[in-house]
Structures are given as C-alpha cells and as structure tokens.
Design a protein around this ligand. Sequence first.
Ligand code: SF4
Length: 951
Amino acid sequence: MKLTRTSTVAAKADKPTLGISRRQFMKNAGVTAGGIAAASFLGTGMMRRAEAKDVPHDAPIEIKRTVCSACAVGCGLYAEVQNGVWTGQEPAFDHPFNQGGHCAKGAALREHGHGEKRVKYPMKLVDGKWKRISWETAIEEVGDQMLKIRQESGPDSLYFMGSAKFSNEGCYMYRKFAAMWGTNNVDHSARICHSTTVAGVANTWGYGAQTNSFNDIQNTKAIFFIGSNPAEAHPVAMQHILLAKERNNAKIIVIDPRFSRTAAHSDLHVNIRPGTDIPFIYGMLWHIFENGWEDKTFIDQRVFAMDEIRKEAAKFPPKEVANICGISEDAIYQTAKMFAENRPGTVVWCMGGTQHHVGNANTRAYCILQLALGNMGKQGGGTNIFRGHDNVQGATDLGLLFDTLPGYYGLTTAAWKHWSHVWDLDFDWVQGRFDSGEYLDRVPMNTPGIPCSRWHDGVLEGKAKLAQRDNIRMAFFWGQSVNTETRQRDVRDALDKMDTVVVVDPAPTMAGVMHRRKNGVYLLPACTQFESRGSLSNSGRSAQWREQVIEPLFESKNDLEIMYLLSKKLGFDKEYTKRMQIDEKGIPLVEDVTREINRGMWTIGMSGQSPERLKEHTMNWGTFSTKTLEAEGGPCKGETYGLPWPCWGTPEQKHPGTQILYNTNRHVLNGGGNFRARYGVEYKGENILANGSYSVGSEIQDGYPEFSDKLLKQLGWWDELTDAEKAEAEGKNWKTDLSGGIHRVAMKHGCIPFGNAKARCIVWTFPDQVPVHREPLYTPRRDLVEKYPTYEDRQVHRLPTLYKSIQQQDMTGKYPLALTSGRLVEYEGGGEESRSNPWLAELQQNMFVEMNPADAADRSIRNGDKVWLEGAEGGRVLVEALVTPRVKQGVTWMPYHFAGVMHGESLEANYPEGTAPYVLGESANTALTYGYDPVTQMQETKASLCQIVKA
Ligand code: SF4
C-alpha cells in the first residue's frame, strides 16, 4: 500500500504530540492562500512525490520532531517514521519560528535523509579507482598517516575543516579534537560567511551575533536590508517580514547591486556598486547628522566616540557618495529619511555585506547606523544578521574557528587554562600536545591557525613565510565543500599536493573529486542530521533539540562516533571523553557533551541550556508565542523559546533566555541586558562605561565593569555565595567561575555578569579604528584608488596577505565588468547535497551568469547563450547567459552553489559510482579572486572583475 498524504495527516490527527492539526492551524491563523502561505504550498506538492516510495504498510506512524538542515531560520518539522523508515514529513504548524511554513529545501528534507547519491561505505582512491574498505581499515590507515605527519612535521601540518552542519555537540567535540591533537588549524564556513560580523559586531557592543530574532521583526517599522536577500536565502524569515509590512506598514528598504526577489517587495531599492557599503552608510549618516535625526540621549548614555563618526561622515556629502556608489544623490537622502522616520527599524545583512576585504568595517558601519538612530536594545530594532547554514551560529559559538576556543575565550594561556579546567585535564598535558617552537615570533598554541578561506595557501605557500613549522600536508574536509572558496585553481593545486585528503561527509564533495590524484584520498560516510540527535542554535541564538529520526543509513556513522574512533587510534580517547559516558553503540553520550558545553560556556551564557531544558522546549513547540517567543503557559511558562543565549547561570537557576540583546527595559532575570563592558573601563582617560543607563532592577544605577570575585567583595556581595561557590569562584571572574555563583549573585542584584558599558564606534585594536572606505582590490573605478586605497601587504597570523600589490595593477582593460555572487532559493552552500536532491535539482538545472542587456548586446550575446566568463586572475567558467535588467550595466552576478565542472570540463567521472549530484555546473569561485579581510581573513566574493565572451 502506498501512503497518501491524506492518510498520514489523518493518522497524525489522533496523536497528542502533534500540538495542532493543519486544519486547525489554517483556521487559527486565518491563512488561506498566497503571501505567507506560499512557502508551505510549495512544500506540499514536493512532499507528495517524496512519499510515493514503497513503505511498510500497516506499520504505526511514529512522529519525530526535527529541524530543517538547510538554513539558520530553524524551521521545525514532524518526521513520520514507520518501521524505522522515514515515510513522510509535515511542516510543524505549531512551531514558533515557521508556523507551518517551509521553503522548497525544507519540504525536500526527507529526500536529503534518504538520498541515494550518498557515500554508502568507506572508500579510498587506489591507482585512480575508488575501492571499498572497512571502517576498521579506514581508521587504521588515516590514523597512521596522521601520526606519521605529526612525527615528521608536527601537529600543525594537519588541517581540520569542520562544519556548520554539525550539531552543537559535534562542533564542540571537533574543536576539542583539534585541541587534543595540538593545533589551531581548525575552522569552518563561518570564516567565509559571517566571521566579519562576529569581529565587527562583537567589538562594537559585546557579542557578534544577531541581536533580536526572526519573530521580533514583526514588531519593526522599517527593515533595512543591505547585502541580504531573504526571499531566496531565508524564505521563512519573509513570513515575519511581510507580517511587519501588513501590521505596521513597515517600510522595506533594500540596498543591493541587484534587483533581487526581496527588492521586489521593497518600498525603496538602491543598487549601489559592489563594495561601496561604507560610503553609502556614511552618506546616510551625513543626512542624519545634518538634519538632527540622531538619538542624542541614547548616544550620550550608551555610545562611545560617535564624534569620530561625525568627522568621518563629514567627508561623505551626497555628491561624493553618489559618485562612489553610482547612484543618485536623492536616493541617499530618501533612504536616510525613510529609515530615520520609521523607528524602531532593524538592519539585516548577510554575505553581501560580510564577504569583502573590508567586511569587518562594513559590519561596524551598519552597527553605527543603528547606534546613531538609537535602534538598539529594542523590540523591533536591532541588527538581525541572518546566518546561512542550520548550525553556523552554534559552530561559531563553540569555537569551531581558527582563532578561539569555545565561547569566544580566545587562545590566550588563560583561555587554555579555563578549558583545561572544564575538561578536567592538566594544562601541562594539553600544552604538551602542541608544537612548542616559535615561528616568525609566534607560538602555535596561542596563535590563530590557518583560516578555512586559505587552507590552500597553507599547503602552497613557501614554508619560510609561514608562522608554523611546516606546510599543511593532510586535511580533513568534514562536512564542508571546498567549492565555497575563491581561487578554485589554487584549491585544486593544494588538493593535488597534500599527502592525504580525508573527506568525512554524507557526499563525496568537491575535495573528493576535483583533484588530479590517483591515490591518497579517503571518503568516510558521515550520517546526516536526521540520523543523529543533539542541539543546534538558530540565527536568533535559540537552541533546539533535534530528535533522531532514523538510524544511520548504509554504513554511515555519527560524527561523534568517528571522532571517538580516531581519538582511540591516536591514543587520547581517555582525555578526550574524560567526563563523558560512552553509550552501548560506542558513541560519546550526546547529553554528556551538552553538559560539558554548559560547564564551560559562561561568556555567552550557554551555561543554562541543559539537554533536559532544550528537550522540554522541543516537546512543547505550541506553547510559545509566535510574536514574543515566550511560553504563555505549560511547563516552560515564562521562558523564551530555545533559551536564546545568554541563558545565564546554571540550568538550575532557570534563566529564561534572552530574545533581545542589550535591552534595558527588562530585568536581567527576565532577559534584560545592556552593552557589554568588554574593553576595560576607560580609553585614553575617558570613561567608557554606560552613563546613567542600566537595565530594569539594577542596584547599580550607572555603568559598571564586568563581575569578578574582587568586584563582589568590593560591593559587599561576596558572602552571598555558598561555601562551595566561594571555593570555586575565588580568584575567578564571571567567565571562569564554573560554579555559576558569580552569575547568580550579580543577577540577584539586577546586574549583568558582563558589566554595563557604552557601545564603541572606534575599535582601537583594528587596522581601521573607524570604518574606512577602501576600494576593492579589483575595482572598476581606478580613478578612486588614490583617494580610497586598500591596505599595505602584511602578515596576518600565519600567512602573508596581499593587498596593495594586487590593487595597484589596473585590470579594467581586460576585465571591464564588475562581478558579484549570491544565493538561490533552491540550493544552499556548496550545493553538493541540495543538487543531489532530485526535488530541488529539478527546479534549477543550469549554472548561469546574470548580465545587463546592454552588456550582452555589446558582446552579441543573447539570453540562454553559452558564454565564457573569465575572472581577473584568469579563472574561466563556461555558463549560460541570463540577460536581465536585474543587474545594471557594468555589473554581473553568479550563484555560488554549483560545482562539478571546471573550465568547461565535467568532473563527473571522478565521483564514485552513483554519487555525482543530479546537477553539475561551474563553480563561481573558479572565477573569483584574491582578497581577505585583515582582521578575520574573510574572502572577497562580492566585488571583483571579469570579462564575458560568447562561447
Ligand atoms: Fe526554513 Fe530555512 Fe529550511 Fe527553508 S531552508 S524550510 S527557511 S529552515
């Protein structure tokens, strides 16, 4: 018997776990057709096909609650399982984020879990052929190779590419694995999506994360999108955006070089030239200051050094900005006026803002705009920084990064001591795992590693120029596809050069197939998110618990199990899992991993997110308000969905989570806050603590520094700690006290553990103290280079990094068109999984470039023609021309999800049999070029040059 959609819904209607039925939902929500409901309608048609497979008939339907794996909105869904087979799915109508909405990717999830294109068993490349091997052989051989390289070149010659697809527990264990191995050469895709956000935003007001939530956008009066296209990248977020428009007449402003699908909903679209965000923001600020639209009280109480911004903005009068950005003077005025007149407004940015060689400065400029208008710490305000992958927020929080340990503790010796304490390990043992030499004056344990944007430079660069003992000789590509990195030809050379390549992933990914090797490549099948359980954090910092839907398919294994097997082979399993139980299947108990995360993550307050609390939230989706995210009743009453961090103190202290960061209108015990005192208490003799501003109920009615044992003693609050808390907290601060006592007592007095300071408009530790406009390395405007030059070439952490030596070459004669890139609704990331999903692949089959009709006509190119696009460093891609006025003359745009074709040649034959995605295409990154943010090493994918000719 084939299960029909009607029968599954009917079967589910009797189950109390479902919350409310679809019919009930439609009735309650008043949703009928079109608009917000459109997302779920798309899903319905697609799911019907997915359910057409044979399933065990008569088997009872078991419902599992899981979360979409395709973006960081975090939509919930009900997976239907019969006899261990995933037979159907429904969007969760009672889920507080998506309320029954799904986009195409969410609707196709079941097929992702079942995907027949997956790697089914471990394999290795032998004389150019894929050979099946056992897991035992794989672990043995991979482990032996690691030990050999460690012996010959040291631990830094291994590279650990991680994943935003891991659960929080997977992220944490992978970062810990790298630490136990003895290297900081570990990173993941946040490096190339929001690392500049993390650096820029954290250095402005404390935390580098989305300040409000998707749901809170319903409360806004204006939404300012810059470099963000949620209609394609975060479709269910549009539910909340369109509700704001319907309910509040919220204005939608879109700043994007391209007329995107989001721009189609806008009140105002301004198509600035790629790479000119900073002058545009200064142009807005020029009008804001000129007209007195700034929030003077807010600035006086809560912002440091706005006068420095006034000085910089004065350099950007309308005429100058119009010239740099390629827009009218009136567009700047209208944008500033509309955003200033409709408060509170929110700023939303994504990779259009972050992926620049000045990315950190871009994100600081956006923050400064919000500070000037007093839009921070407010319902309907904030900076809503939409993340891409389902757990890129968690992966960032858990330090799956080359420059920090979990919780943004950094890499100082104090940070290593904190985590050694959390792990119950002797610091000397941990230190002894690292290379103890000094390279270019840097000590590896305390020096950021090599970023994932440039691991290939770690392979190819001359050894003498590296701040580590030797080149990278072996790399794990664990859940990340390398076609997301620019300079694909160098990526391929690096894959060719290494001793060994190990891909751990449900798919072979490009690291497994784009090289020209005959040997030394391993493919180890990891299971998907739906074959394991654990937590993940959405873009709004809410943690969700995913139930395991099905057992791992084929011979795939859970990430935690693979890491544990390797640790055993390498001889540090006892230290690695010292505080964890190993379950009957040989997997570190995921709940114990979550508890260890709670034990260490005081800085951002993941300390209160216990597995028990998260599971309770997941099982009670329907009790949370879709507007405030607070549970209105039931077992989680008063708590915010997913306990968004900071969820201060221990789980027992029951902090409700913080939906809106820095909100002084609430008590800290009810999610209130203020800007963080992260940079000391004064700068050049000026007090940088808050001035007469504090959160509701604070007994210190002014700014104050971060809490420590000493501050508690000075305030006379020390004796409010228990004896056990005192024993742990002595000599510690709010970040390192594992008892949670410092958090508890500070909050009891209404204070925020991290202190109360002003946000700052200048960052004295960055190359540019205020955001400075610098023309892209490959700029089409040579006339602006002298006035707005890039940086001098410099060493950044372990790698030499080029700036001026590239920019000084004029490439515009050969490459006259600006090149930028972006995301499609059908695919995500490198696209390996989504292009292997037949329901998605059907929707978008060809890689293409968008070009303006005038540019096409000048080249005798018609819509649909095959064209060669050549990037400014010579990378060539053979793609289809999509001739459209969406991009203006002189600008071109490509999606970045494609791979499997390089320089016009298909790589399909390189895939193990039956694993090539349904859709292959050229990677945009073959044509994209050099350019790295000096703080974070973010790659430049949004402002380069190219030429296009008819093929
Ligand atoms: Fe929701 Fe994002 Fe999944 Fe679409 S891709 S269903 S918006 S989580």
